[in-house]
Design a protein around this ligand. Sequence first.
Ligand code: HEC
Length: 154
Amino acid sequence: MNAKLLAIIAIVLWAGSAAFVGFKFISGTTLTATDGRAAIVLEHAERDFILTEMRGFLVAVQEVISAANKNDMDSIKKTSHRVGMAEVAGVAPETMLKLPMAFKQLGMSTHEGFDEIGLAAEIGPDAVLDALDANLSKCIACHESYRLTTADQK
Ligand code: HEC
């Protein structure tokens, strides 16, 4: 086998694996759940990580409403930064590959939405509640379409 042939084989293999990673990045790893939603198949630690982030979202929603009621704009800025885009950096690349593109987009958009809630705090409680209202529709949209599961379903 000559060097040129080896190089061609290497390029074909590289292109194949790059295409596979690209395909995975868009499709993620899912199956259809009993209720018709797409269930994303993850390792336990990955599922626990995302669900912990979710509970953090719910805590943030409560904190934002409570602070808006008290006109406490500083608390709103702190809370929304905690669950804003800054939080996305914590997601492992291998987990990212398992998440379908639409899930990633909705997830990013929700984190961005919290940064927007933080900016709305510069204006006042009404602007904050408007921004929170808009962001909650993303929580609803994602929950309507997706579930999280593990290979052994525990
Ligand atoms: C990108 C998709 C997505 C977005 C956006 C999203 N969630 Fe979730 N969330 C999920 C999925 C998937 C589950 C798991 C549901 C299942 O497996 O039945 C979940 C579960 C949860 C849970 C349950 C956590 C647990 O421990 O079981 C809470 C609470 C939650 N989400 C709150 C929120 C809130 C609040 C928002 C918006 C601020 C939000 N989520 C936005 C996808 C999303």
